[in-house]
Each structure stands twice: as structure tokens, then as C-alpha cells.
Write a protein of this length. Structure first.
Length: 395
């Protein structure tokens, strides 16, 4: 049977990186001694008031169709959070509630680009970005944010990548996997480029609540007609399974996103929306709790891995991930990931899944319980010591 060209565009070029994670998940389910540090699923449970709200909504019969763009009170609450973070004057009509940030990114991509267009994305980037962007028929153009520069975007390369086909610039801040936050000066330069060339800016701010003070530099207030901001409750409130995300942007863009959602989602569960509204009501406390948790866990990971032979850690500005340069072990990130799991039963993610510039790195998720993190780092250190000793013997 024949398939559309779409299946080729959405196949993804980082799929192999997840093989070890899936194997680790299956091994743990079978009762094996496995440590999983490969996926960003916070150790915390969803806050109790949020769960209680969802249960009460279910019991009260909140299981019917809902407004496609999301309930008005929820959209207004998201707009209020966004106003506080960005300074942009938005209201409920600037917001659509969607099935997680991933769904919001996909929706934005389909609404602003298509065949023959180009969309720029900063690398390293999350492995779903290529398929998310190219599902529309547009071509994704990678611009480096190199490790050597602290994962700051190469602004000269960005300017050189813009041409008459360019429609948008996509980026995550804080970044996944690097945890780097795009600073105000670099953000201003990106905004000026977008203004000069009439480009959309899609800012993935899923981890913004984990940044210092709970916010990051934003272009939303200065370029309100061309900035699309994506957010969710997954990381800040330990709610990845709730699929509670959103898109904030110009009213016209939101109307197009709603038209797409009609044929894709037709609204999201009411009990999830009520839970999300409750979550937003405790956002300040939830985000502060998660920031403190991540900070202490990062400190542990850095201490446990300090001086480990062949390894060099790059501390993030924010987030839940630590990039580890493993080139000193004479292994690629993929080789390190695969062999580490085979010998030590620790699962991390190959940095090459995020782009060529991090092919010699692995990404470690540190927002887990302390005992698991310490044991995982102990095994990683032991593995790195063995591999570097082998390299020295061969030399």
C-alpha cells in the first residue's frame, strides 16, 4: 500500500536515541535493577489540590463536550500568567488551550508555514522539532547554539540563514537539552531580525517557570503581532500526563489554531481544564517548589560527577537536564548511552538526538529522588573510569 509523503517528514532523525530508554522502561517493569535518567518526568506527584479538583469534576459529571479553544476562565487565567511573565497585554481571546506544549508547537507550525517555506530552529533542539516543523511541508533550517559559546545562538549564522523563503524562528528558552536561557541582548537581536524580515517568532517556554524568578526574556510585549508563546503545566507542576498546554498569540492566529483544533481535538476534557485552572492558581508555589527541587538535585549531580575521568558537565541556567561531554572517554554520546545501559543498567539520552553539535554528549535527567540520582551518578562515574582507563592503556 502507498502512504503520503507526510510519513517520511514525520519519521524523525533522533528516533534511535529512545531505544535505550524504551529498553530501560521494559526492564524496570520486569523488576530489574535499572535507573532511568533519560526522560523529563519529574519525581513529584501532581499537587494534591489539582488531583482533587479533577476527581470532583469527574464525579460531578464534567465529561461532556467543551469549548474547542478552552473554557473562558482557564484562558483568562493563562493570559494573566503570560502578562505577568512577559509584560504583553493579552486577554483570553489571545489564548487557546491544547493537548500539551507539543500539540501547541505542532499547531503553530501548521498555521504559519507550508510547502516551499523555511523555518529556522536553534540547535541543540528537542528531537520532535524536525517532524513538528516539517509536517507542514516546510523545511527546517538549523542554526547552531554551540557548546563552546555556552549554547548561545550564533547570531551571525542566524542572520545568514534568513532568506526570502524564511517564515519563522523557533526556539526553546530555557533550552532542552542544554538548559540555556536566551539572554535579553540576544533576544533583542532576534526580535530585530524578525521585524526586519517579517518573520514569526515561536518561543517554547515550557521550562520558563523553572528559570530564576519564574520567567525568561521575551519578545512578546515588543512584537505582539508576530510572537507565539507556547507553555504548559507539565514541568512546573509535575503534570506531563495531563496534556495541559497552550498557545498565546495574535487573535487571528488563535482563530486559525481553533479551526485546526476542531478537526484535530474538538476540545479537551472539562475535568482536565478545571484541574489546570486550579494548577494555575497555585503556580507561584508550585514553580518555586520545582525550582528549589531542581537546584538541589543539580548540585548533587554536579558534586557526584565532579572530576569523573573523561566527563565534563555543563551546568544549565534552568531546567531538569545536565549535558555531559563524554568525548574524553573516546566514545560518542550514542556509544556511551548504549554501553552504559548494557553494563551499568543506567539509562541516559544520546546528545546526538538533539543535533550534531551535541553528538559527543549525553543528557542526564536529574529531577528524581536523591538516592536514585546518587546511585545513577556512582554508576556513571564507575563506567567512565573504566572507559578512560582502557583509552590510556591503548595509548
Amino acid at each position: 500500500m502507498k502512504y503520503s509523503k507526510l510519513v517520511e517528514r514525520i519519521s524523525g532523525d533522533g528516533a534511535d536515541a529512545w531505544i535505550t530508554h524504551y529498553a530501560a522502561t521494559a526492564a524496570r517493569a520486569a523488576g530489574e535493577d535499572v535507573i532511568i535518567l533519560s526522560v523529563g518526568d519529574p519525581e513529584f506527584d501532581t499537587p494534591r489540590p489539582v488531583v482533587d479538583c479533577a476527581i470532583e469534576s469527574l464525579r460531578s459529571g464534567d465529561t461532556h463536550y467543551t469549548e474547542v479553544a478552552g473554557r473562558g476562565r482557564l484562558r483568562a487565567a493563562i493570559a494573566a500568567i503570560h502578562r505577568r511573565r512577559s509584560g504583553q497585554a493579552v486577554e483570553a481571546h489571545n489564548v487557546i488551550f491544547l493537548a500539551g506544549a507539543q500539540n501547541a508547537l505542532f499547531t503553530a507550525s501548521l498555521c504559519i508555514a507550508g510547502p516551499g517555506d523555511e523555518v529556522i530552529a536553534f540547535e541543540p533542539l528537542y528531537p520532535t522539532y524536525p517532524a513538528t516543523i516539517e509536517a507542514s511541508g516546510a523545511r527546517m533550517v538549523r542554526v547552531a547554539a554551540p557548546a563552546a559559546s555556552g549554547f548561545r545562538p550564533d547570531l551571525k549564522a542566524l542572520a545568514a540563514a534568513v532568506n526570502e523563503k524564511t517564515r519563522a524562528i523557533f526556539f526553546a528558552t530555557p533550552n532542552n537539552p542544554s538548559g540555556a536561557i536566551i539572554g535579553a541582548e540576544d533576544m533583542s537581536a532576534i526580535g530585530e531580525l524578525a521585524r526586519r524580515h517579517d518573520l514569526w517568532v515561536v518561543a517554547d517556554e515550557v521550562y520558563a517557570g523553572l528559570a530564576p524568578g519564574g520567567k525568561v526574556p521575551s519578545l512578546a510585549a515588543t512584537l505582539p503581532d508576530r510572537v507565539i508563546t507556547v507553555g504548559s503545566l507539565s514541568k512546573s507542576h509535575a503534570m506531563p500526563g495531563w496534556r495541559a498546554g497552550w498557545l498565546v498569540g495574535p487573535t487571528e492566529l488563535v482563530s486559525y489554531a481553533e479551526a485546526l483544533a476542531i478537526c484535530m481535538l474538538y476540545g479537551l476534557p472539562g475535568f482536565v481544564q478545571e484541574a489546570a485552572l486550579t494548577a494555575l492558581g497555585i503556580a507561584t508555589q508550585a514553580e518555586e517548589r520545582m525550582r528549589d527541587f531542581c537546584r538541589t538535585r543539580l548540585e548533587i549531580a554536579l558534586r557526584e560527577l565532579a572530576g569523573a575521568p573523561g566527563l565534563r558537565c555543563t551546568a544549565p541556567d534552568a531546567g531538569m537536564f545536565l549535558l555531559i561531554d563524554v568525548r574524553g572517554t573516546a566514545m560518542s554520546g550514542f556509544e556511551f548511552m548504549t554501553e552504559l545501559f548494557r553494563t551499568e543498567r543506567v539509562s541516559v539520552l544520546d546528545g546526538g538526538a538533539f543535533g550534531a553539535g551535541t553528538a559527543g554528549f549525553v543528557r542526564l535527567f536529574f529531577a528524581t529522588d536523591e538516592a536514585t540520582l546518587r546511585e545513577g551518578c556512582l554508576r556513571i562515574r564507575r563506567f567512565a573510569s573504566l572507559k578512560t582507563a582502557q583509552v590510556r592503556r591503548k595509548a
